[in-house]
Design a protein around this ligand. Structure first.
Ligand code: HEM
Length: 383
């Protein structure tokens, strides 16, 4: 591997080459956790939700921790917010946000694009998509910072405090819509949702919205940083991608392949409901299992040359957005955003060069993905 997939996760420290994945497709940690690393094994487990339940803790998370009919009912609601029609309506706003951020970037001198592009982009897109006031951008920024700090320190009390703070902002937004029934935005539509004729509770709506917000503020921000770092670190492939962009290739295919090579979303947790076997390894009922999308996407059995950038050849087996019933509902929004980011980066720059020391920018520690900072030099397009 060209990078450590899981810095900070000592249980997987010895997975240093892609050939180690098929040799050891399931790893059992001393703490009793199971890590499913291989592509066939991850997809097999993800496609068997009766055996690999998403309900991993007593806390209900909509829809992430749900199974069966309950999960399907929420997915019907959620999927209706990421249709092609909704994406087409949001496209001009998303583009305007990106262009505004590009106009404020520093060119021809080192700039940390996590700080100047990735995080503000995810934050502004999230608030605009939900219909929230721009005054919420600062508290959301603070929320991300505190959330990272609490997760890094594994400080449970701080994690609960930060979550409660987030809930307060969202409940306020729900209340504003209930008091103003003529409001029309995504949050107002969510307030009107029902399940079996009963309106969703604040608790259900906050949980649902929190998961969308994490999709944006964590995964999209990490993705933008990874994409810019990849463009800077791979000048030859970047020049090819710029040519493909000029020829009209869908840039979502390119972002999928960059993010296959360096995942912005490392793993998903499951609980076994019965004794089961994965790759001939017995896993007992009630075990904690981690489905590792990041290593599955580097498995030579699914990608013959897993470290080569080959967007068209590798797109079918790519599990960047998951597999099975919990497949990412936010993928159309993620594709819209990353397409626009690549498009505008190519319009505003001739090329991007690294401004970090060593092979790669500093990687975030597990379970956070991506880079803590991405210092690069953006070379501005003239004319
Ligand atoms: C590049 C960006 C993204 C990546 C790589 C990504 C990846 C994933 C993956 C791998 C899963 C499967 C989790 C599992 O099986 O347990 C997932 C689920 C999910 N994602 Fe995303 N995601 C991205 C962006 C987003 C965005 C923008 C949103 C919403 C605005 C979102 C919302 C969700 C939700 C709600 C789920 C849970 C679905 C369920 O449990 O049925 N994601 N995502």
């Amino acid at each position: 591997m060209t990078h450590r997939v899981f810095p900070g996760l000592r249980d997987l420290d010895d997975i240093t080459t892609t050939t180690a994945i098929p040799q050891c497709p399931v790893k059992h940690s001393p703490s009793g956790q199971h890590f499913v690393l291989g592509h066939p094994e991850v997809t097999q487990a993800a496609a068997a939700p009766d055996t690999f339940s998403a309900s991993v803790s007593p806390r209900v998370s909509v829809p992430n921790s749900m199974d069966g009919a309950e999960h399907a009912a929420y997915r019907t609601i959620i999927d209706s917010y990421f249709t092609a029609a909704r994406m087409a309506t949001f496209e001009p706003t998303c583009r305007a946000i990106t262009r505004d951020l590009m106009s404020q970037l520093t060119f021809s001198a080192p700039t940390d694009v996590m700080d100047t592009l990735a995080q503000p982009f995810a934050n502004r897109v999230q608030t605009a998509f939900m219909g929230w006031p721009t005054t919420l951008q600062r508290p959301l920024e603070e929320w991300v910072r505190k959330n990272h700090a609490a997760t890094r320190a594994q400080d449970r009390a701080a994690m609960i405090r930060v979550a409660t703070e987030f809930d307060g902002y969202i409940v306020e937004q729900l209340q504003v819509r209930r008091n103003n029934p003529t409001m029309t935005d995504v949050t107002a539509d969510l307030v009107r949702e029902t399940r079996d004729g009963v309106p969703l509770t604040d608790e259900q709506l906050v949980s649902l919205i929190r998961n969308w917000t994490v999709g944006e503020l964590a995964t999209i921000a990490a993705s933008v940083g990874i994409i810019v770092a990849w463009l800077a670190a791979h000048p030859r492939e970047s020049a090819q991608v710029r040519d493909l962009h000029a020829l009209g290739l869908d840039m979502a295919v390119v972002s999928d392949e960059i993010l296959r090579l360096h995942s912005p979303f490392l793993a998903s947790r499951r609980r076994t409901t019965t004794d089961t076997t994965v790759a001939e390894d017995m896993i007992a009922a009630e075990s904690r299992v981690n489905l590792m999308w990041a290593t599955a996407n580097l498995d030579p059995r699914a990608f013959p040359n897993p470290l080569d950038f080959d967007p068209l050849r590798n797109q079918d087996a790519n599990v960047l957005y998951g597999h099975g019933t919990h497949y990412c509902p936010g993928k159309p929004l993620a594709h819209l955003e990353l397409r626009i980011i690549l498009d505008e980066l190519f319009t505003h720059t001739t090329h991007i060069t690294p401004a970090w020391d060593g092979d790669l920018p500093r990687q975030a520690l597990y379970p956070t993905a991506g880079f803590t900072e991405v210092p690069v030099i953006l070379h501005r397009t003239h004319g």
